[in-house]
Design a protein around this ligand. Structure first.
Ligand SMILES: Cc1cc2nc3c(=O)[nH]c(=O)nc-3n(C[C@H](O)[C@H](O)[C@H](O)COP(=O)(O)OP(=O)(O)OC[C@H]3O[C@@H](n4cnc5c(N)ncnc54)[C@H](O)[C@@H]3O)c2cc1C
Length: 392
């Protein structure tokens, strides 16, 4: 990739809404992405490899458990700082942000929220430092948008649980040390279990041939009569609301993250439009290209406001799941549309790895599908405003 010249757009001077700590955290993440992610990410994506060398750096900028209290190794930050870290990481690459989101919101969050003190002390500091990497197993081959239909199950065998089933599309699965797995007990109630690599009967085959999120490792989780110690059951919440609570936290991070991808595409296209000469003048001087750029910065600004307000509500513990759905849906849709338009501004150059746009565009095809598809989030908003369920 050519040199990272990124300059963050802030059309409505939204920095004024941020506290000094937010800006410090954001700027540290921004600098780190420029220094450590931008130079290596294109090659990692081309090779379809997660760049393990950035794990320590992710831990250092507070990307693993930004809002988990410091006594458990987390960064103890607020929700806006968490969002800003996700924004900056996804500015670099959605796959890297996915790894951080899973670690923070889908592994550390449930252990912190639904686990007991022993589990928190055992796992959280190691997950915060990156010594342990985690994954989250909810989706199954036959149950994606409808996780309540899951068939993965466990039976009480006296001194342990016996876990059987399979999960697919699991980010971080191929290298994770621990998996938070959602499975039904004998009564059909959903619980979270912490499954560790090395437990007999537990395997994590990698999913190959992805055209999207290539720098994030994806795999299956297979449970063939896995004996899980009883101490590994998350005791403090059960039912579908438990995994959905984790998804709320991750979706909130995605709403911010998508802004990062969009900002990078816009910034690249703006610079290119001012430099690329056709018909004797910069292509940015043509009305058609200005329309694209003007609409991009308008949509980015609206998305920034949405995310910031949602962050304030989250800090006050007032954000609803439906509000989070709206922001995830809107901001990812905004980003993917900007990526497509920005790619066109670069003409043929837009399809090369010299620029980040095509990689962002392909990554966002996963982001618009995972953690609740674009359609499912619309149905959540529809249900929220009408009170009528259109899922079934
Ligand atoms: C790269 C990647 C990483 C992922 N990482 C994880 C992970 O770490 N952990 C995890 O558990 N999962 C993960 N997922 C899974 C992801 O959350 C699911 O792919 C997603 O929830 C959709 O499920 P599905 O693919 O089975 O699609 P389906 O549920 O089969 O949906 C197919 C289509 O039908 C539509 N649809 C479904 N139901 C309805 C309805 N009621 N009304 C209208 N339309 C409907 C959907 O919107 C979609 O367009 C990942 C997925 C990808 C691609």
């Amino acid at each position: 990739m050519s040199q990272d010249l990124f300059q963050a757009p802030d059309y409505y001077l939204l920095d004024d809404l941020l506290e000094d700590e937010h800006k410090l955290v954001r700027d540290a993440a921004r600098e780190w992405v420029k220094r450590e992610v931008s130079p290596i990410i294109e090659e990692a994506a081309q090779k379809a490899e997660f760049p393990t060398q950035i794990v320590n750096g992710l831990a250092e900028i507070g990307a693993f458990g930004p809002y988990i209290p410091e006594e458990y190794g987390g960064a103890g930050l607020d929700q806006i700082s968490y969002g800003l870290i996700m924004q900056e990481i996804e500015r670099g690459d959605s796959g890297v942000r996915s790894t951080a989101s899973v670690q923070s919101s889908l592994v550390m969050y449930p252990i912190y929220k639904y686990g007991n003190e022993e589990q928190r002390k055992k796992y959280l500091p190691k997950l915060a430092s990156g010594e342990f990497m985690g994954c989250f197993g909810l989706t199954e081959p036959d149950h994606g948008s409808n996780p309540s239909g899951m068939v993965t199950n466990f039976k009480d065998k006296g001194d342990h649980y016996l876990l059987n089933g399979a999960k697919m599309w699991i980010s971080n699965a191929p290298f994770a040390h621990v998996a938070v797995v959602w499975a039904k007990d004998e009564t059909g109630r959903i619980h979270g279990l912490i499954v560790e690599r090395g437990m007999e009967g537990f395997t994590t085959p990698e999913t190959h041939n992805k055209w999207s999120l290539r720098a994030s490792a994806t795999g299956e989780l297979i449970f063939d009569n896995v004996k899980v110690p009883k101490a590994n059951l998350l005791p403090n919440k059960s039912g579908l609301g438990a995994p959905l609570g984790c998804l709320d936290s991750a979706r909130y991070g995605i709403a911010w993250g998508a802004i990062g991808a969009a900002m990078d595409c816009y910034d690249t296209a703006l610079r290119y439009a001012k430099e690329r000469i056709q018909f004797g003048k910069p292509i940015g001087a043509f009305q058609l290209q200005q329309k694209k750029l003007a609409e991009m910065i308008t949509e980015i600004t609206k998305a920034q406001l949405l995310a910031w307000r949602l962050g304030v509500l989250k800090n006050e513990d007032r954000a609803t799941s439906a509000q989070i759905s709206m922001a995830k849906r809107n901001n990812v849709d905004m980003a993917i549309k900007i990526a497509r338009e920005a790619r066109q501004i670069l003409g043929g150059m837009g399809i090369t790895g010299e620029y980040s746009i095509m990689r962002h565009m392909m990554n966002l095809e996963s982001v618009i599908t995972y953690e609740g598809t674009h359609d499912i989030h619309l149905l959540i908003t529809g249900l929220d405003v009408t009170g009528l369920n259109a899922f079934k």
